[in-house]
Design a protein. Structure first.
Length: 91
């Protein structure tokens, strides 16, 4: 059978009346209590802030509009000229 390795795994020893606790080992190897904030800060790529960030991501921004501006700043809008460039590369 293709899952024979699963039978070799021993089940965890459960202690009645004792609650489970979840931990997170950070990228630096430190064991901490699990929190989404800790995991997010550990996994995300940190980089310097760009000068236009506050123009796009301010507190009253409409997320859909902010995303479109972000795409425009990165020259990723699917405009006709960009689609034309793709078509010329294919043919």
């Amino acid at each position: 059978m293709e899952f024979d390795g699963l039978n070799a795994i021993k089940p965890p020893c459960l202690t009645e009346g004792k609650k489970d606790k979840v931990f997170w080992r950070t990228s630096s190897g430190r064991l901490t209590d699990f929190s989404v904030n800790t995991v997010w800060n550990d996994l995300r790529e940190c980089s310097d802030s760009v000068p236009w960030a506050k123009l796009v991501w301010f507190s009253q921004c409409i997320p859909r509009h902010a995303f479109m501006v972000w795409l425009a700043v990165h020259e990723r809008l699917r405009t006709q000229d960009l689609i034309g460039k793709w078509e010329s590369m294919v043919t």
